[in-house]
Design a protein around this ligand. Sequence first.
Ligand code: APR
Length: 247
Amino acid sequence: MDQALARVRGWIRAADRLVVLTGAGVSAESGVPTFRDAQTGLWARLRPEELATEEAFRADPPMVWDWYAMRRAMVAQVQPNAGHQALAAWAQRHPGRLTLVTQNVDGLHQRAGSPGVLALHGTLDQDRWLEPPRACCHAQPPQAGRPPRCATCGNLRRPAVVWFGEALPPGVLAAADEAARRCDLMLVAGTSGVVWPAAGLAHAAAARGRVVVLNPEPTELDAVAQAVLRGTAAHLLPALLAEGDDA
Ligand code: APR
């Protein structure tokens, strides 16, 4: 492993354009459960694919709103970990070299101080109107467990995250796609690689540059990687990006 780490550190030093694509595993050591590993709590009974959709929200707005309220409250109680911090510190030491693309909606990269994070799936801390807002649309203060609504037309506020079946924010996806196509090296950390178009970014990067997967478990993206480092994000990212290894 030390040899493999040293080799990847060399690739990072040499990379003019580095992209890091992260998923839920990067926040696991902060205490945020991943989507497809977790077998506890709400996730054991309710699959994200059944909750994180517009259909689910329309069918039962309070249930879905409550699920997000619970996730917001959980995220507010946790802190960025050594992996988030190593990425933020590296970006600050090397302005303009790193594009950080995340599927996470928890805002932990941003809280760690990473600049210009491309949040493919939005962020938990914002909401927006379900239907295009009319002139009457002003949100009433939320009642416990219910989404805020417009008292006149009944339009509801919904979390401003990307649900299954929805398009990613076009500007964010385009910027991530361009960075992936142009990069020398992409680190893919803490994602199962099963959700597209995010996973497609690793394929785009592999067409021109190197891809390295950082994950304790096998992933769908191991096949496009030049190197696979088995370990956790809070261990591997600092080991790869620590000061002293810089160009
Ligand atoms: N460090 C690094 N990776 C880890 C760690 C850790 N400490 N713990 C778990 N992992 C890995 C798992 O092995 C798995 O490969 O993190 C990955 C988590 O996978 P998913 O739960 O599928 O999360 P993610 O890939 O981010 O999901 C993508 O799916 O539900 C949607 O929109 C949601 O953005 C999410 C998308």
